[in-house]
Design a protein around this ligand. Structure first.
Ligand code: TXA
Ligand code: MG
Length: 349
C-alpha cells in the first residue's frame, strides 16, 4: 500500500485535504493524524473492520482497547450508557484537551473497538486539525498512538512514517506535537474517578473540579501485584533497545555515579548514552548525551522524551542512564513513562 503524506498547518486547516482524509476513514481505511498529545492512528470507531486493521497496522494485541475521539459534546451520548455528573464537569473543564474518560459503552460501539470490554474510552482533542479531521471522518475516530507496538508514541509525522509507511492510507503531517506524552486517562465507571494513566492533566487539576480522585495502584509501581485497569498499561510499552537505568539523588551524586558507570560500561565495549537536562548535560562523559530540556519548565522535558528514546534506538546506544524527574505537575507523567521504558530499573543515591 502507498502511504500518502499531506501537510496541514494547524492555523489554516485546508478543508479539501481533510475531506479526503475523512473519506478514507469513512470507507474503512486508516489515517494517522496529529493531536496535542501524540499522533494518533485513526479508523472508524463504529466499524469493527477498522479496529481489526488498526491492530494489524500497529502489531498490537487485540485485547488492548482503543480511545474513541470525538469533536463535539453532542456526539458523546451515542457512545455511552450514561454520563455521570463528574464526567460532565470534567468535560466542561478539560475538553477539548488531553483528557480521556472511561464510560460504560452503548451498543453502538463494537466490541472490537473496546478490546471486548463493556466500557469505552472517549477523548475530545484540542488540536484544530484533529477536530476538523474527526468531523470529516464522521465524528467517531478510534485511535491509539500511531507507533508500532513497543515503540514510543510518535511526536512528529517523521516518526509516524518510520513506523507506518506502507501500512496505512494516509498521514496528516501537522508538525511537532505540543505536549509529547499521551492523555491522562480517568475511569468514571466507579464510585470515585480513578486515574489509570497520568498525563498533562494532573490529579490536583482533576480534584479542583470533582473533589476526591483515586490513582490506580499499578500506576507508578510494578510491585503492587494487581493487573492495571487500562489493559495497555501492562505491556512494556516504551522500551528502548538498549538498557535504561534511572538515577535519583542530588545533582552531584547523580553526575558522579553516572560518569563512573559510563567509564565501566565503555570499558566493556558499550555505546553509552545519557538523558540529562540543560543545566547538567555538559558534565556527562557518555558517547551521546542529550538534554531533555529544562527542569524549571518540565513541559519541555515531556515534549522531548520520546524523540530522545527513538534517537537512542537509531544510534544503537546499548546502555542509557537518565536523570530522574519526579515532581508535581507533568513530572509524574514523565516519570511514569520513563519507569516503564526502564523496566522500573532505578537507582536511589
Ligand atoms: O493522548 C492519547 O491518549 C493518544 C492520542 C492519539 O489521543 N492516544 C493513546 O492511545 O495514547 P493508546 O491506545 O496508545 O493508549 C490508550 C490506553 C491504553 O493503555 C488502553 O489500554 C487504555 O487507554 N484504554 C482504552 N480503553 C479503555 C477502557 N475501556 N478501559 C480501560 N482502559 C482503556
Ligand atoms: Mg500507545
Amino acid at each position: 500500500m502507498d502511504t500518502q503524506i499531506i501537510q496541514v498547518k494547524e492555523q489554516h486547516t485546508q478543508e479539501g485535504l481533510l475531506r479526503r482524509a475523512g473519506e478514507i476513514v469513512r470507507v474503512g481505511g486508516l489515517v494517522a493524524f496529529p493531536t496535542e498529545t501524540v499522533y494518533g492512528l485513526g479508523g472508524d470507531a463504529l466499524n469493527p473492520d477498522s479496529a481489526r486493521k488498526i491492530y494489524a497496522a500497529k502489531g498490537r494485541p487485540s485485547d488492548n482497547p482503543l480511545i474513541v475521539h470525538i469533536c463535539r459534546m453532542e456526539d458523546l451520548p451515542c457512545l455511552v450508557r450514561e454520563i455521570p455528573e463528574a464526567a460532565e464537569k470534567l468535560a466542561e473543564a478539560f475538553w477539548p484537551g488531553p483528557l480521556t474518560m472511561i464510560f460504560h459503552k452503548s451498543p453502538a460501539v463494537p466490541p472490537e473497538t473496546t478490546g471486548g470490554l463493556d466500557t469505552v474510552a472517549v477523548r475530545m482533542p484540542s488540536h484544530k486539525t484533529a477536530l476538523a479531521f474527526i468531523r470529516e471522518a464522521g465524528g467517531y475516530v478510534a485511535a491509539p498512538s500511531a507507533n508500532r507496538s513497543g515503540k514510543p508514541s510518535p511526536t512528529s509525522a517523521k516518526y509516524v512514517a518510520e513506523d507506518m509507511d506502507g501500512r496505512i492510507e494516509m498521514i496528516i503531517d501537522g508538525g511537532d506535537v505540543e505536549i509529547g506524552l499521551e492523555s491522562t486517562i480517568v475511569d468514571l465507571t466507579e464510585e470515585y474517578p480513578v486515574i489509570l494513566r497520568p498525563g498533562y492533566i494532573t490529579k490536583e487539576m482533576l480534584e479542583e473540579v470533582v473533589g476526591f480522585v483515586r490513582e490506580d495502584g499499578t500506576m507508578m509501581s510494578d510491585e503492587s501485584g494487581q493487573a492495571p485497569k487500562a489493559p495497555g498499561m501492562k505491556y512494556r510499552h516504551y522500551a528502548p533497545k538498549g538498557t535504561l537505568v534511572i538515577v535519583d539523588g542530588s545533582e552531584e551524586k547523580v553526575t558522579a555515579y553516572i560518569n563512573e558507570q559510563l567509564e565501566r560500561l565503555k570499558g566493556e565495549g558499550h555505546k553509552t548514552g545519557v538523558i540529562g537536562t540543560d543545566k547538567t548535560i555538559a558534565r556527562y562523559r557518555g558517547d551521546i548525551c542529550k538534554s531533555a530540556g529544562n527542569r524549571e519548565d518540565e513541559r519541555t522535558i515531556a515534549r522531548e522524551l520520546y524523540r530522545i528514546l527513538r534517537e537512542f534506538d537509531d544510534e544503537e546506544v546499548s546502555a542509557i542512564f537518565s536523570e530522574s524527574f519526579d515532581t508535581a505537575g507533568i513530572g509524574q507523567a514523565i516519570m511514569n513513562r520513563l519507569l516503564k521504558a526502564a523496566g522500573h530499573q532505578i537507582v536511589y543515591l
